[in-house]
Design a protein around this ligand. Structure first.
Ligand code: URA
Length: 437
């Protein structure tokens, strides 16, 4: 079929056949369709959407545009989590070892930071020696022997999505639920998972800020992933304030190690991590009863098995053999650590979380352009949760910066992001809903 006829069909809101979609995706991968044709198709979908059937077909075609991993021979249920991204969202670092400690295999293929949101891979790259791009053989060995491996996406997984997303990014066509769904799921399903849990965020720091939009996305993701043959559920979680009290790279790894050892646990982060862990155990069939799954996850955290697995994973992937006991020596530190002080007394009300993420990017902890190098040392710690009572002059957080000018820019953003009012806001639950197939 001619690409222009395929685009015309969607432009005129007709249903596309799975074979036509597969042919167009082949053209994306082998470059026989042009960027202009990809962009016209994306805009046609943006306005006319895709049915569930078409979205499943697009997801499977993009999944099959490259390698699909296989886990035969590993006698554990293979399960992963995908988050739509947030600020202070270091859940993956604790979740993978907790779930692995409970008996599942967790091949966690993570991304780099996108816009104002942090990326798990950038965080793991703060660990000296850690190989976030090991070959498939080492990846498999670590999942088999340790239980989990957090790595980056290899070039050969869903290459059609890489090109398609690049075109969408510069043609105002990212915000289409079927296209987002196919993009996210093609990469996850190429990892050959038995089951998947999605952490779909809503709130001021989320990619989909409005609750109803996030719920629509979660519902479509769950429907399409199950339609594509991977048992999947989703939790809708609150990103109306940073999840951890730290945002950045090395600072979030530090926060994760302290969470795993029990030295410090942010309550909302703990609630979301353990809810996702229990969900992964149920969806993967490790546990059938949600209450048992929750108890099992907590036990793996409290009795030290999860932290031990994290330490072994770091070492197996090239990091120090004593990372957990020596993290303070290994993680980079910024030269300047200054507080941002409350300008009045009251309660921390709403937190414009996106601005906190942008402050981290401007400090150098994220990328302004794709080719930017990350500064792993900078970031923010001690972020106060909504509802905290503060007196004028109390620290709202600590900024870890390269220099005074960058500290000042971050301070100004955080002052605007943190609204301090007379009344404490109603506490919001961290996990708002669960979406099943
Ligand atoms: N993340 C992705 O991987 N793809 C999208 O389309 C949007 C967010």
């Amino acid at each position: 079929m001619l690409a222009q006829e395929f685009i015309r069909k969607k432009r005129d809101d007709a249903e596309l056949a799975a074979e036509e979609i597969a042919e167009f995706v082949t053209g994306i991968t082998d470059e026989s369709v042009t960027d202009a044709q990809i962009s016209a198709f994306a805009m046609a979908v943006f306005f006319n959407s895709l049915s569930s059937r078409e979205t499943v077909a697009l997801t499977l075609a993009m999944r099959d545009s490259g390698a699909v991993l296989e886990w035969q021979g590993i006698e554990k249920p293979i399960v992963d989590k995908h988050s739509t991204g947030g600020v202070g969202d270091n859940v993956s670092l604790m979740l993978a070892p907790i779930v692995a400690a409970c008996g599942a295999g967790v091949p966690m293929i993570s991304g780099r930071g996108l816009g104002h949101t942090g990326g798990t891979l950038d965080k793991m790259d703060s660990i000296p020696g850690y190989m976030s791009q090991p070959g498939n053989q080492l990846f498999r060995k670590v999942v088999d022997e340790v239980g989990c491996a957090i790595i980056g996406q290899t070039r050969d997984l869903a290459p059609a999505d890489k090109r398609f997303y690049g075109v969408r990014d510069v043609t105002a066509t990212v915000e289409s639920i079927p296209l987002i769904t196919a993009s996210i799921l093609s990469k996850k399903l190429a990892a050959g998972l038995g089951s998947l849990v999605l952490d779909v965020k809503f709130g001021s720091g989320a990619f989909m800020a409005a609750y109803e939009d996030a719920k629509d996305l979660a519902t479509t993701l769950v429907r399409v992933a199950n339609g594509a043959g991977t048992k999947t559920t989703a939790l809708l979680t609150d990103m109306d304030q940073p999840l951890a009290s730290a945002a950045g790279n090395a600072v979030e790894v530090r926060n994760a190690v302290e969470f795993l050892t029990g030295a410090h646990r942010d309550p909302r982060l703990e609630a979301v991590t353990l809810a996702l862990a229990a969900e992964m155990l149920v969806v993967s069939g490790v546990e059938s009863d949600p209450a048992n799954a929750a108890a099992k996850s907590r036990a793996a955290l409290e009795d030290g098995r999860a932290v031990e697995i994290f330490d072994r994973m770091v070492h197996a992937l090239g990091g120090p053999s004593d990372f957990v006991s020596g993290y303070d020596r290994y993680l980079a530190k910024a030269p300047l650590v200054n507080p941002v002080l409350a300008s009045r007394s009251g309660h921390v009300g709403s937190v414009e979380t996106r601005s906190v993420g942008v402050a981290v990017v401007e400090l150098g902890g994220g990328r302004r352009t794709r080719s930017d190098e990350i500064d792993h040392a900078v970031g923010i710690t001690g972020l106060l949760p909504a509802g905290t009572r503060v007196e004028k002059g109390d620290p709202l957080c600590m900024v870890h910066a390269r220099n005074e000018a960058e500290f000042e820019a971050a301070r100004e953003r955080i002052m605007v992001a943190y609204a301090i009012g007379d009344e404490a806001p109603e506490p919001a639950p961290s996990v708002a809903d669960r979406i099943t197939g």
